[in-house]
Design a protein around this ligand. Structure first.
Ligand SMILES: [Ca+2]
Length: 408
């Protein structure tokens, strides 16, 4: 009896051993090897290890990704302005707007509006009170920078001044850069602080195209200074230490993408017999952007061709540049559109929004809320103002992709 029982136990144990050996050898589902700690250095084991690691890492991630906010509707934020040229967002949700005839208008957080500052400016053609930017440390120092066209020593010039914002006025005017050649046309005018916290100043050729290639002139350039107007040590030209890039015709838009790459728009010679060729340029320190020697796709040793241009039949008249939602955006004056440059598989592709819906569009800026703010320029002498012009709108930059998805 005892002998039979022992035999039975032995048979059962042998069966278990045989089954286990079979599972180990075939690697059947259930993976007995892992329970036995029997990992061998084959592909399947590595795959299992990787899967385990991946699953563990996934468990360490937040339970759910943050919910995407719904795309917000388009909204008018201001109206009845006269050639608004720039907008600056205050920390308390109010904002400042420059009007080209010489006014700075404050819109406070309650929506009240007041002219808080007036500048004597030359108001002819494209000249006047133009760009505005807040210091990166505005919350602490309250500095506001303005770009304007004035008469100095009998000449038309542009200058950049710094002011202190008191909450209801601009005081302590300090000259930052003066004697930038000015004219009725081609005054540039955009101000931006770069990611390096230097002040970049976009100028025009002041209707004298030869100045763009003349490194000693401040015309047809992108200038770069410290916040007090002194020269950064790493600017590229000893002949003219203000200059960062040159060979430009009339730059009114500068922006940096999230990788810190700098871009600038430039107005092409739209009004001449050699039409159009508006530009979007990838800006690098010390480079020559070709005006007036080369335009559009033309190349020449030591000169840069544009990243994108409008061709010889189309005019954008690009008057600004902003980066939002992975794209570059600019307003088109003659083009009467909001332009978007998307990077599709690394290539810049132009998309046109609101064509002829709002008339001439000048400045586009990204607000602290991630919305795009754009302003019309229908009262600048070249447009056809409608009731309510000029106006400022805000639009969710994601709106255009949603619209496209819905119409596909
Ligand atoms: Ca060029």
């Amino acid at each position: 009896m005892l002998y039979k029982a022992l035999t039975a136990i032995l048979v059962i144990l042998s069966c278990i051993l045989l089954y286990t050996t079979y599972r180990v050898v075939t690697g059947e589902p259930g993976d007995v090897r892992s329970s036995f700690g029997l990992y061998s250095d084959d592909g399947q084991s590595r795959e299992l290890l990787e899967r385990f690691t991946r699953e563990r890492e996934e468990r360490l991630q937040p339970e759910e990704p943050p919910r995407q906010e719904p795309v917000r509707p388009m909204q008018e934020v201001a109206r009845s302005l006269e050639v608004p040229w720039d907008i600056a967002f205050l920390p308390n949700s109010g904002f400042l707007v420059t009007e080209r005839p010489g006014r700075v208008v404050l819109f406070d957080e309650q929506g009240n509006r007041a002219v808080i500052h007036a500048e004597n400016v030359i108001q002819r053609g494209e000249a006047g009170l133009l760009g505005m930017v807040l210091h990166p440390n505005f919350t602490r120092n309250r500095y506001v920078y303005l770009y304007k066209t004035v008469t100095s020593g009998g000449r038309t010039v542009n200058e950049v001044n710094r002011y202190t914002f008191t909450g209801s006025s601009l005081t302590n005017k300090t000259l930052i850069v003066g004697n930038i050649p000015g004219a009725v046309y081609h005054d540039g005018g955009r101000l931006e602080f770069g990611p390096d916290r230097k002040l970049y100043i976009a100028t025009g050729d002041a209707s004298n195209d030869q100045l763009a290639q003349d490194i000693t002139s401040l015309a047809g350039k992108i200038l770069r200074v410290n916040d007090d107007g002194t020269i950064p040590e790493d600017n590229p030209f000893s002949e003219n230490p203000f200059v960062y890039a040159y060979g430009l015709r009339n730059v009114q838009g500068m922006a940096w993408d999230t990788r810190g790459r700098m871009f600038a728009t430039d107005h092409g010679p739209s009004a001449s017999t050699f039409c159009c060729r508006d530009e979007l340029n990838f800006i690098q320190k010390g480079k020559n952007y070709g005006w007036p020697e080369i335009t559009a796709d033309e190349t020449r040793e030591g000169m840069e061709t544009p990243y994108l241009h409008s061709g010889t039949f189309t005019t954008w008249a690009p008057a600004s540049l902003a980066f939002a939602s992975g794209s570059l955006w600019f307003g088109g004056l003659r083009g009467a559109a909001l332009y978007e440059v998307r990077f599709e598989e690394g290539e810049p592709v132009l998309h046109e929004h609101f064509k002829n819906e709002y008339g001439r569009i000048r400045t586009v800026r990204t607000g602290p809320d991630g919305m795009l703010y754009f302003m019309t320029s229908n009262r600048d002498g070249r447009g056809q103002p409608k009731v309510g012009d000029d106006r400022i709108f805000k639009v969710d930059p994601r709106m255009f992709r949603v619209t496209e998805q819905n119409t596909q």
